[in-house]
Ligand binder design. Structure first.
Ligand code: TYM
Length: 354
């Protein structure tokens, strides 16, 4: 009997993976695979909440599978699967939704952000305005119900595998908090001890938020500020060299500006600690040269991404290998999911007559 703690995490199939996905999630997936009982999946059902082109969706699932493998997830150590290959998830999503409030879903930050986008409302408008528009809009300009129930589906991904640890970036912590709340609510409503309360995992450090290089907050696909794992050397160097900085410090020990802090944050993730310190000191004594700093950063990022990029294309072209990995993964993931689903059905009173 395997008594390792269960780890589960996933990434939406919305394109290629960027450094935010890597440091927030994928690099942890790779590091955790030998010490835990790990399941990593591609969230294609979650990707449907932003209604992608059907052909592009399928290609995106394949991209991420190839990136998981190229980054070093070993399918013999960890279970790699596609969310839609586990139909038990969709059934349990329906069942769990009976215990989830519309209000708590509507208050979720990611829902409000995405609903704003779908309705074309400027950020900064009052929540009340968004709510009015959601209820009042005609059916041509709608916020889809799948987007609202995104956290239920994510909670089911986690709970159906009875996961203890969920390595994700900082932006997903609200969803994890909801998952814990739903787990507690289900356990206490039915007087059972079925679901553990899952926790984020970061090797003892704080959860990660990888910044963009455009001086803005977060690196993200919809922000258009991403460095992708499969960017070739030239593209990657160009992106880093174009990163926003400031005019340079004018007084010793002045506070570090936001765009330069973003560069340092990326350096902290990719470069050796002495190098980061060297640039902090250079900022403090006003001798910093942003050109040198960016060159160093680009080199250090390339050290991480080059081996992944080099493996990626071969793996992505190997349809037979990919099919083998996900078939095996689906089998393993379904075996556990179907057990949990059977328990949930029984607990909720969905029983058969024959
Ligand atoms: P997604 O595809 O938006 O993000 C995938 C992972 O990448 C992390 N991430 C970041 N981390 C740090 N800095 C950034 N700039 C950054 N951008 C993205 C995210 O935190 C995430 O860990 N809802 C999930 C997918 C999902 C899931 C699950 C995850 C569905 N079901 C169950 C865990 C468990 C998501 O939004 O992925």
């Amino acid at each position: 009997m395997n008594d390792k703690e269960v780890v589960l995490s996933g990434i939406r199939a919305t394109g290629n993976l960027h450094l935010g996905n890597y440091y927030g999630a994928l690099s942890k997936f790779v590091k955790m695979q030998n010490d835990y009982d790990c399941l990593y999946f591609i969230a294609d059902l979650h990707a449907l909440t932003t209604t992608p082109d059907p052909n592009i969706l399928h290609e995106n699932v394949k991209n991420i599978l190839a990136e998981y493998l190229a980054a070093g997830i070993n399918p013999d150590n960890a279970t790699i699967f596609v969310q839609s290959d586990v139909p038990e998830i969709s059934e349990m999503y329906l069942l769990l939704n009976m215990h989830v409030g519309i209000g708590e879903l509507m208050r979720t930050t990611s829902f409000k952000d995405k609903a704003r986008k779908q309705l074309g409302i400027k950020s900064g408008s009052e929540d009340e305005d968004i709510e009015k528009q959601i209820i009042g809009t005609d059916s041509n300009k709608r916020v889809n119900a799948g987007l609202l129930t995104y956290p239920t589906l994510m909670a089911v991904d986690i709970l159906i595998q009875k996961a203890h640890k969920v390595p994700v970036g900082k932006d997903q912590e609200q969803h994890l908090e909801l998952t814990r709340r739903f787990a507690r609510r289900f356990n206490s409503f039915y007087g059972v001890d079925l679901f553990p309360e899952p926790q984020n995992f970061n090797f003892g450090t704080q959860s990660v938020k990888v910044p963009g290089l455009d001086g803005s907050g977060k690196m993200g696909k919809s922000e258009g500020n991403c460095i992708y794992l499969i960017d070739d050397e030239k593209v990657l160097r160009k992106k880093v060299m174009r990163a926003v900085t400031d005019e340079g410090p004018t007084e010793p020990n002045q506070p570090i500006s936001a765009p330069v802090q973003n560069l340092l944050t990326l350096m902290e993730l990719t470069s050796a600690p002495e190098i980061v310190q060297q640039y902090r000191d250079a900022y403090a004594d006003c001798s910093i040269r942003y050109g040198d700093m960016k060159k160093q950063l680009a080199e250090d990022i390339l050290k991480v991404t080059t081996p992944i990029r080099e493996r990626y294309h071969d793996i992505r072209n190997d349809d037979a290998y990919i099919a083998r990995v996900v078939r095996q993964g689906a089998e393993r993931a379904r075996e556990r999911a179907s057990k949990t689903l059977a328990e949930v059905r029984e607990i909720m009173g969905i029983r058969k007559f024959y």
